[in-house]
Ligand binder design. Structure first.
Ligand SMILES: Cc1cc2nc3c(=O)[nH]c(=O)nc-3n(C[C@H](O)[C@H](O)[C@H](O)COP(=O)(O)OP(=O)(O)OC[C@H]3O[C@@H](n4cnc5c(N)ncnc54)[C@H](O)[C@@H]3O)c2cc1C
Length: 377
């Protein structure tokens, strides 16, 4: 088996792996990204809402809160600088029931604690003057002007370009199958058509759904006893006709997801979803990403709570994604698990596990965070 040596290996070329690799490359590290698929961002990074989250929901001080707020600011700046389309179209979080309306001040306080800018709360009537298609049942709305949408695929290409401009490489069809900790770094073994062994001073495991499996396949690395991945599938539907709103419309959230929301993408298409379906504990990746047309019922019901004008027959199954979670149904939403040498004591190894939403928004901040964990030379 052929052997190579390099400075840093990043496993996985999704949004997070690419952003980490870019940050390390900018810090002067020699980076190789190993990707199992034949292209960048073919998994969760291309199966999401493409929403730039403000950072409203996450407990103050959590990694999600800190990295989302910082990542959002960095992402808007990055898109501006690199000519990537991004639009801070704003977001309404709408409360329909008494219980939802009572929860709005708590959400506002949490978002303010996270230092989200320019928030306000308006009545349903005020909201309907701005977005006339909103239901008369909407009683209260949290307004977040800094939430937005962007062209995530242009973003991924730009990250790849920056990595390569700095002498780094993104290598496809090269799945990492196992590894071991050595005295001066780590050694990885790849599968695929031409298996190789690669020695690296540092390894960043950003393998998305497979990250926990990969961590456990590294001999001498942390094994995370008791940790179990749970999967929540989110299916999307597209709605025909002109977009009914000019902002993102989100219901008040629940613990598994941010609620079945409505977004209008940069091309003006109306997207409804994702819903939240806990997959059976026996299911593991690769996932079935087909969208069950029967889930349209639920989509109509949820969306009509805030958009009663959604016509019968207007929606069609679109695509789906799967959220990687380390908590189970009914439990409080977990945080990102970013586990570096300061915690597990293996020099040069960082595992990124359960990087669910808002991972896309947070990606640039995660990149800088991981670079910091490695104590750049
Ligand atoms: C339904 C849904 C909606 C979402 N909406 C939003 C949103 O609007 N805004 C937001 O900020 N976030 C959102 N997210 C979260 C966001 O999409 C993810 O946090 C982010 O894409 C995760 O990126 P990643 O690089 O960690 O994972 P991935 O994109 O899954 O990338 C992991 C990569 O690792 C590769 N890989 C796996 N195993 C191996 C191996 N053995 N060797 C080499 N490579 C390997 C895979 O092929 C893949 O390319 C959403 C997520 C879901 C599921």
């Amino acid at each position: 088996m052929e052997r190579f040596e390099t400075d840093v290996v990043v496993i996985g070329a999704g949004a997070v792996g690419l952003a980490v690799a870019r940050s390390l490359a900018l810090a002067g590290r020699d980076v190789m990204v190993l990707e199992a698929a034949s292209g960048i961002a073919t998994e969760t990074s291309s199966r999401n809402s493409e929403v730039i989250h403000a950072g409203l929901y996450y407990p103050s001080g959590s990694l999600k809160a800190r990295l989302c707020v910082r990542g959002r600011r960095l992402l808007y700046e990055y898109c501006e600088r690199r000519g990537i389309e991004a639009r801070a179209c704003g977001k309404f979080v709408v409360a329909v029931t008494d219980a939802e309306a009572e929860a709005v001040p708590g959400l506002l306080a949490r978002a303010r604690a996270n230092e989200v800018e320019d928030l306000s709360v308006i009545t349903g009537e005020e909201a309907r003057r701005i977005e006339p298609a909103l239901s008369r049942n909407v009683r209260m709305v949290l307004v977040s002007p800094v939430s937005g949408i962007f062209d995530s695929h242009a973003y991924f290409l730009s990250l790849q370009g920056e990595i390569e401009d700095r002498g780094g490489a993104v290598v496809f069809e090269t799945p990492v199958v196992r590894g071991r900790v050595k005295e001066d770094g780590l050694e990885l073994e790849t599968g695929g058509a031409s298996p190789v062994r690669i020695s690296a001073r540092a390894v960043i495991n950003s393998a998305g759904h497979r990250a926990l499996d990969i961590a456990r396949a590294i001999d001498g690395g942390p094994q995370y006893p008791g940790l179990k991945m749970r999967w929540v599938k989110g299916s999307y539907f597209s709605a025909s006709g002109p977009p009914p709103f000019s902002r993102l419309i989100y219901p008040m959230h629940n613990s598994a997801s941010l609620g079945l929301h409505l977004s209008v993408d940069l091309a003006g298409r109306t997207r409804l979803g994702p819903d939240a379906e806990w997959l059976d504990e026996t299911v593991s990746p690769p996932f079935d990403y087909s969208v069950d047309p029967a889930r349209a019922e639920l989509c109509y019901a949820e969306v009509r709570r805030y958009w009663p004008g959604l016509p019968d027959g207007a929606i069609a199954p679109d695509y789906s994604g799967v959220r990687p979670k380390i908590v189970g149904p009914g439990e409080a939403p977990g945080d990102f698990l970013i586990d570096g040498p300061e915690r597990h004591r293996v020099q040069g190894l960082v595992n990124l596990i359960a990087i669910e939403s808002p991972g896309l928004t947070s990606s640039l901040a995660i990149g800088d965070w991981v670079t910091g964990l490695l104590n750049v030379r």
